[in-house]
Design a protein around this ligand. Structure first.
Ligand code: GTP
Ligand code: SPV
Ligand code: MN
Length: 655
């Protein structure tokens, strides 16, 4: 068989034009395969057997190897042995160092320029702009969805990816989001030149070569990641953390199920199974297949009588998902077990109930503020086999961050901050970066739910939305129904956090807690949610909570939060059970009647301020929200959701 030379053009990575996106056609592949492998001859396979990969994975690996030109290819199998080998190498090179007080815990410091997701450099690429963003008026930038044309993307890729892995190893990481082979699970293959990413992916997803065995006809999501610093390196590498902050670029091609990420090694920028796949790409798959991919924790709550209820909750980044998912109830007889702390994939079952899985395999949690007092179950989870990034460390081999002040027992212990400098209690700068995080295997959580890996998922009875709302928003309210719940989710707002590049404490819109993670046109997304409401289904009820309301007088939190949030969950479950007399209608939803929350054993709580729905606040809010919805969703807003807005505004204006 002869080879059509045009089929080989894409592999000339130096060629101008849209070479990064060129693919070998399916028919030509078997012919070209031989040639590709021959051409790969000078790229040694360091581990694994290229010939044993499914043909479509071979093609993916070969194409991208030709493009990025690594010095070797390493096909991961996900075993402990492999992880040990990589960790040893990272320790030897100084990128990781053991935290000696624990078993297999490591600390890693990034280049201080690479510490969080970079939303301004994260794009969705679709032929039609309005598949990604809503029709906004002239001069209004859409805040949900960040669109780029395929042509522009192609240029951006071509100016970055050709040769970008020179002198580095390209790891091939096969992974499953959700239990391997489960009906709600999906598979991906990530290529990366960062071995920190390899070991982090192994904690956060199910990395195993069995993915190749079960792949069959299934599609897989193609994840291409490079730290963007080919060797020989021109600039200085800081903290043994190669990256290229000025050139960061993260792009998603939903129809192609493809993710390209360049220049950053940290978090959601580089662990592509997480926000990129499990939210931005998966929400597109979910729309096509009739399910939901959401930024939600999943928890099982058992009451003193023994009955268990499953709840999903959507809070924006750094607003308390991990904390709520692992809540330690302060009410006697209650038990919470964690199914997931960040992402939920949910699909209605044949019995009409909504079933949720946690597609992840680990927790990538905010370190500062996590302590035995606030989240003892998270602390127990990361006592071994975990990676801590951008935290501080003590001279006796412990991790350290803001919130652990009381746990430094030996006051002579020395602290080294996240930048590697000596640090003392009382210093103005924080010891740990505010977005420093632990990556820990979910199975190590002492209260992980026995069904957390159930392939079918757990049945969700309530969905909670919430954010940091210092003013005006009551501790909890129930929405008036599915569409009102969707509208309430669409109006979600929160104070900005350290999880992304935003600074300061402004209250920002974060619809459905999905603003940074929207995979497609938000109006269509609302429509998709709405259409899940069919007669034979038992829809979860929708609630809104706010742990973060502050006293207008003292500026202090009005609610103790954390373990005491069980008191709110208790009220929600009693509402689900149809308890009468515990709810009172307000223009925004049903709030607890006075005395209907179990406050036994709590100090004084200013109930009236905590639960109030102030007319002045909500009238102003209604104007602001309408402006937001009109300008950001505009004509894409489904009519029934517009009706919810009109009705709610009328109720507020009648206050
Ligand atoms: P991401 O991982 O970024 O998605 O964050 P998250 O939503 O999982 O937030 P997390 O649980 O890590 O909490 C973030 C911060 O909120 C921490 O500093 C917590 O201590 C704080 N927090 C969580 N729950 C509560 C609460 O009920 N009350 C108060 N006041 N603070 C809370
Ligand atoms: C978030 O920002 O919501 C995170 C951290 O969970 S990251 O994985 O970096 O997106
Ligand atoms: Mn979290």
């Amino acid at each position: 068989m002869s080879v059509d030379p045009s089929e080989l053009k894409p592999f000339k990575s130096t060629q101008p034009g849209h070479s990064s996106l060129r693919q070998i056609s399916e028919d030509a592949f078997y012919v070209v395969n031989e040639v590709v492998i021959k051409r790969l001859g000078h790229i040694p396979i360091h581990k694994g057997d290229f010939h044993l990969l499914p043909p479509k994975v071979q093609r993916f690996v070969a194409e991208k190897a030709e493009l990025m030109r690594p010095r070797g290819i390493y096909i991961c199998d996900g075993t402990q042995h492999e992880a040990d080998e990589i960790i040893d190498k990272l320790v030897e090179r100084g990128m990781l160092s053991p935290l000696k007080a624990y078993e297999n815990n490591y600390i890693c410091r990034t280049d201080p320029k690479d510490v969080a997701r970079v939303e301004s450099k994260t794009w969705m690429v679709t032929r039609d702009k309005y598949d990604t963003v809503c029709h906004t008026p002239d001069g209004v930038d859409p805040i949900m969805g960040h669109w780029m044309s395929p042509e522009d993307m192609s240029d951006e890729l071509d100016s970055r990816f050709p040769g970008c892995m020179a002198g580095r190893i390209m790891y091939v990481v096969p992974f499953s989001m959700g239990p391997l082979g489960g009906p709600l699970s999906k598979i991906g293959v990530q290529l990366t030149d960062s071995n920190y990413v390899v070991i982090s992916m192994r904690i956060m997803t199910r990395v195993t070569s069995e993915v190749f065995d079960i792949m069959g006809d299934q599609d897989f999501t193609r994840c291409i990641h490079s730290v963007g610093l080919p060797r020989p390196v021109k600039q200085k590498v800081i903290n043994h953390w190669p990256c290229n902050p000025d050139r960061v670029f993260i792009a998603h091609r939903p129809p192609e199920r493809e993710i390209w990420s360049f220049g950053s090694g940290y978090g959601g920028n580089s662990l592509l199974g997480k926000k990129c796949f499990a939210l931005r790409i998966a929400s597109n798959i979910a729309k096509d297949e009739g399910w939901l991919a959401e930024h939600m924790l999943i928890m099982g709550v058992s009451r003193p009588c023994g009955r268990e209820h499953f709840i999903a909750a959507a809070f924006p980044s750094a607003c308390g998902k991990t904390n709520l998912a692992m809540l330690q109830p302060t009410l006697p007889g209650w038990k919470v077990r964690c199914v997931g702390d960040d992402i939920a994939w949910m699909k209605f079952g044949a019995d009409g109930r909504l079933y949720a899985i946690n597609p992840e395999h680990g927790f990538f949690g905010v370190a500062p503020g996590t302590s035995d007092r606030t989240n003892p179950m998270a602390v127990a989870t990361f006592q071994k086999d975990s990676i801590f990034t951008n935290v501080a460390e003590t001279s006796d081999g412990h991790y350290y961050w803001e919130g652990l002040e009381d746990e430094i027992k030996d006051k002579n212990v020395e602290v080294t901050d996240w930048l590697g400098n000596p640090w003392k209690l009382g210093d103005a700068a924080p010891a740990a970066h505010p977005n420093s995080r632990f990556a820990a295997p979910a199975r190590q959580c002492p209260i992980i739910h026995p069904d957390w890996e159930s392939p079918q998922g757990v049945p969700i009875e309530a969905i909670i939305f919430g954010g940091r709302r210092p003013d005006g928003v009551p501790l909890v309210f129930e929405t008036y129904g599915w569409n009102h719940g969707i509208y309430t989710g669409a109006c979600l707002k929160s104070e900005a956090t350290a999880a992304a590049e935003y600074k300061g404490k402004t209250v920002m819109h974060d619809p459905m807690a999905m603003r940074p993670f929207m995979g497609y046109n938000f109006g269509k997304y609302l429509d998709h949610w709405m259409k899940l409401n069919t007669a034979e289904r038992k829809l979860p009820r929708i609630y809104h909570v706010n742990w973060f309301r502050k006293s207008r007088d003292t500026g202090k939190f009005l609610w103790p939060g954390f373990g005491d949030n069980i008191r709110v969950i208790d009220w929600i479950i009693r509402r689900l059970d149809g308890d009468v007399g515990i709810g009172q209608e307000t223009p925004v939803g049903i709030v607890p009647t006075k005395g209907s929350l179990d406050l036994e054993g709590l100090g004084p709580v200013d109930w009236d301020e905590l639960m109030s729905v102030p007319a002045d606040y909500w009238k102003e809010d209604a104007v602001e929200v309408r402006k937001f919805i009109e300008s950001q969703v505009g004509p894409d807003l489904p009519a029934p959701i517009r009706k919810e807005m009109d009705d709610q505004e009328a109720r507020i204006n009648a206050m």
